[in-house]
Design a binder for this molecule. Structure first.
Ligand code: ADP
Ligand code: MG
Length: 322
């Protein structure tokens, strides 16, 4: 029901940036290589995501807005080896229940479909062009949930959240070319050639990317790699550390602390590096089903992983001091 979806929306869709995140993660899951995001008034007026991914079959576009209509979970066992970013089938119905949504999608060589929903109710469905990929437009977000709208902060704050969301996704996916436009401004462009340093250049600028150094460390269960800035070249804050586990940006206090511990010495306490740290592990060691936004994860053997992350950063620091 629309009400159930609005309740779910309360959990998953906190602010415009949450919509952006869910839509772009769907584009990533659809194996897109190019994703364009347009926002107006920090997403409150418009959020539009265009991708060149696999698209949705024309018979299934309407269905994608039904609750728990995910195409991504095949069996119960899959819950324990999730590689895709989405899997709950909650995002689209939740978003649709609190906005006006237009979708146009087509699969390679097949007829496309165009649909429109208002507050979760289907108001239009017709054939569309067969250009491969998906376009989703979300307008008038929270138009029917004034309480939620009240919690939305200034345009500047909401835009900063959107920007941060795309930055992290772009850092986690150097193989995808991202572009973020806000009103008439281009906020981000990444080349999408698979090179992490190039993605960093798109997010933090070419000069910053040049100053960052490679880290790498491997154990039986984990592989840690990425880029970290050196103390003399940065004055970063905590928010410039991005931790990516199996392609998913996560928030994890212990791992963030491990980066800081590896970076810090007695001479500089309370300083943070700019860091993009990738961790690869068997998905069986990872539980992403902890929270609806999937940003918090549970990792088996987190302590060992923390030690490895600390070592990877510390190896770089000692090498640089020599
Ligand atoms: P989930 O991502 O958890 O499966 P969503 O509600 O986010 O659930 O999306 C529902 C379904 O719609 C997805 O499983 C997928 O099949 C389809 N879908 C959504 N967005 C896209 C997209 N950009 N490209 C291809 N398919 C999509
Ligand atoms: Mg999804």
């Amino acid at each position: 029901s629309v009400l159930a979806n609005q309740i779910a929306a309360g959990e998953v869709i906190e602010r415009p940036a949450s919509v952006v995140k869910e839509l772009v993660e769907n584009s990533i899951d659809a194996n897109s290589t190019k994703i364009d995001i347009h926002v107006e008034e920090a997403g409150l007026k418009l959020i539009q995501v265009t991708d060149n991914g696999e698209g949705i079959h024309s018979d299934e576009v309407e269905q994608a807005f039904e609750r728990h209509a995910t195409s991504k979970l095949i069996s119960n066992e899959d819950l324990f080896r999730i590689r895709t970013l989405g899997f709950r089938g909650e995002a689209l119905p939740s978003i649709a229940s609190v906005s006006m949504v237009t979708v146009e999608s087509a699969q390679e060589g097949k007829a496309g479909r165009h649909i429109k929903l208002e507050g979760g109710k289907l108001v239009e469905s017709k054939p569309a062009s067969s250009r491969r990929g998906t376009l989703i437009k979300v307008e008038q977000l929270f138009f029917n949930t004034p309480a939620r709208l009240k919690y939305v902060k200034t345009i500047k704050t909401e835009l900063a959240h959107i920007s941060d969301t795309i930055n992290r996704l772009a850092l986690a996916h150097p193989e995808i070319s991202f572009r973020l436009f806000s009103d008439e401004n281009t906020l981000l462009k990444t080349v999408g050639n698979g090179d992490i340093r190039q993605a960093i250049a798109g997010v933090y600028g070419v000069e910053t990317a040049k100053t960052m150094k490679k880290i790498e460390s491997t154990s039986f269960d984990f592989k840690v790699y990425g880029y970290v800035s050196l103390p003399e070249s940065t004055r970063a804050s905590k928010s410039y550390m991005t931790i990516i586990v199996n392609g998913r940006h996560i928030r994890n206090y212990a791992l963030a602390q491990a980066i800081v511990d590896g970076y810090s010495s007695k001479l500089m306490v309370g300083r943070y590096p700019l860091a993009v740290v990738n961790i690869e592990m068997d998905p069986l060691l990872l539980d992403v089903n902890v929270h609806p936004t999937k940003q918090q994860v549970r990792i088996s053997n987190e302590k060992e992983l923390g030690e490895l992350v600390k070592k990877a950063v510390n190896d770089l620091m000692s090498a640089e001091q020599r």
